[in-house]
Each structure stands twice: as structure tokens, then as C-alpha cells.
Design a protein around this ligand. Structure first.
Ligand SMILES: [Zn+2]
Ligand SMILES: [Zn+2]
Ligand SMILES: [Zn+2]
Ligand SMILES: [Zn+2]
Ligand SMILES: [Zn+2]
Ligand SMILES: [Zn+2]
Ligand SMILES: [Zn+2]
Ligand SMILES: [Zn+2]
Length: 252
């Protein structure tokens, strides 16, 4: 499906679909261009929309896009792409959680082992393919719809490293570093990363998302983030958390 303005196919980055109040979708780049040119109306039915703040990404459509890119069957594969089907008694670190285990799902050719818990988690989650969505130590992350199934000890509650709030349900997770992002932070991130150049630091320079630049003390809210990247000002090196970057964008 393509954007009715630029005719490029919708994607999860600069052509992310946004829903207008009339229900039609236009990509984020074209929404910005329309607003800049004061042409605040739908290119299809000419109904107007007032401000950018009212518009949200078309989440339903994004889900369809992601399902197209992500394979449906989440078979456990070793680092070299072999299917892992054998449970073996061997003492070595699990490649996913890095914990020492004595039984592992194992690729004998590559000596690659995954513990039972991680196998279960892997098969019940999907890879996160959005650019920039990695853990602060550069590992790729996976999205679990309901943490309760996979982390029974946590009783379905986890601390989100993106907003530091207790959260439940869906989590974007790195099992090596124990990083979790709640669904709100995940959605804010995929919304903010492509438009960060239109969001400005107090020094008027634009921001950019850096997953590996630990936010630390956010310049605006002063909260201490230990396992989240940051929206960074490359000029003055100010770092902003996900929530504050969203607030700055909405002028709140
Ligand atoms: Zn477009
Ligand atoms: Zn319309
Ligand atoms: Zn493991
Ligand atoms: Zn292998
Ligand atoms: Zn969060
Ligand atoms: Zn990690
Ligand atoms: Zn903040
Ligand atoms: Zn700055």
C-alpha cells in the first residue's frame, strides 16, 4: 500500500502511515510537508485537519506491515541458521540469557546452546525490526505480547526501562541485559525516531535517537535512566528520555 501523496510504499520509518481524522492514511514525511506548506487537508477528500498533535500512526496498518516482514514461524535457529531441535546434557552458557545451564537446546555443529526458558521465550516472541530499536548494549530485542506467560516469577509485572514505571502486558526485551520497554515506550519510540530531526533541544539544535547512548539523568525530568538510550543533542550533548522527547514534541 502506498502513500497517496508521494506514492512511495508505506514502511516503518520515514514513510510511516499516519491516520488523518477522516480515516485516510498519509506517510509521516508528507504529513510534515503538508503542515509546513499550510495545506492542512486530506489529499483524497480535502477534509482539513488542524494540528500534527491530533494525528497518530496507523497502528493497525503498522502491525500488518510488521507481520509481512517478520516470519510467522519463530523456529529457534542457531547463530548460523541451523534449526535447533535437540535437547542435550552439556554445561555451558545459554546464548540468549548468558546464564550457565546444564541442559541446552543445542546445535551440535556450532556448539550453540539455548536454555529451555529462552527457547520458550524466543518462540513466543517476535523480532523487533524497527531501525534504532536495540538494547543499550546493541543486542537486538524481541517483543512478547504478554510477559506473564514467560516470566512467571514477575507475576506479569515488570519495570519499564524507558519510563521507569511498573508495567504489564507486552514488553520489548533483551534477555542478556534484562532490558524491558513497555508498549507505550515502544510505540513512542517508533513514532519519535523518524521525526526526531523536527524536535529541538533547549539550544535549538535538533535531536537524534541513539540507542547506545545511555540516557542517564534526563536533562528535562532529571530522572535517572540506566538501561535506555536517549534522544541526543549532538551540539550540546544534552540527553532526553523518551517521555520528555514526546512532551517537547507536543509542546507540553
Ligand atoms: Zn508520502
Ligand atoms: Zn480523507
Ligand atoms: Zn537462556
Ligand atoms: Zn548451527
Ligand atoms: Zn515505558
Ligand atoms: Zn542487551
Ligand atoms: Zn525526561
Ligand atoms: Zn542542545
Amino acid at each position: 500500500m502506498e502513500c497517496p501523496v508521494c506514492l512511495d510504499n508505506f514502511n516503518t520509518s520515514i514513510h510511516m502511515p499516519y491516520v488523518l481524522p477522516c480515516g485516510h492514511s498519509v506517510c509521516v514525511s508528507c504529513v510534515d510537508a503538508l503542515i509546513k506548506a499550510h495545506n492542512n487537508f486530506c489529499p483524497i477528500d480535502r477534509r482539513d485537519f488542524t494540528s500534527r498533535d491530533q494525528l497518530k500512526p496507523n497502528y493497525d496498518f503498522l502491525e500488518v506491515l510488521q507481520a509481512q516482514i517478520t516470519p510467522v514461524i519463530q523456529n529457534l535457529l542457531c547463530c548460523n541458521g541451523h534449526l535447533i531441535e535437540e535437547l542435550v546434557t552439556v554445561t555451558q552458557n545459554c546464548e540468549i540469557c548468558d546464564k550457565r545451564r546444564s541442559t541446552l537446546w543445542f546445535c551440535i555443529t556450532c556448539q550453540y546452546g539455548v536454555c529451555d526458558k529462552c527457547k520458550n521465550w524466543f518462540e513466543g516472541s517476535r523480532s523487533v525490526i524497527e531501525p534504532g530499536l536495540k538494547c543499550y548494549r546493541s543486542h537486538s530485542m524481541r517483543l512478547t505480547e504478554d510477559v506473564q506467560k514467560y516470566y512467571p516469577k514477575r507475576k506479569g509485572v515488570f519495570l519499564c526501562d524507558g519510563c521507569l514505571k511498573k508495567s504489564s502486558g507486552s514488553s520489548t526485551h533483551c534477555r542478556k541485559c534484562n532490558v524491558d520497554f513497555c508498549i507505550e515506550c515502544y510505540q513512542k519510540l517508533i513514532e519519535l525516531i523518524p521525526v526526531a530531526t523536527n524536535i529541538f533541544c533547549t539550544c535549538k539544535n535538533q535531536l537524534a535517537w541513539r540507542f547506545s547512548e545511555v540516557c542517564g539523568k534526563c536533562k528535562r525530568c532529571k530522572n535517572a535512566y540506566k538501561k535506555s538510550g536517549s534522544f541526543l543533542c549532538l551540539k550540546c550533548k544534552n540527553k532526553f528520555c523518551i517521555k520528555c522527547t514526546d512532551c517537547i514534541r507536543r509542546n507540553r
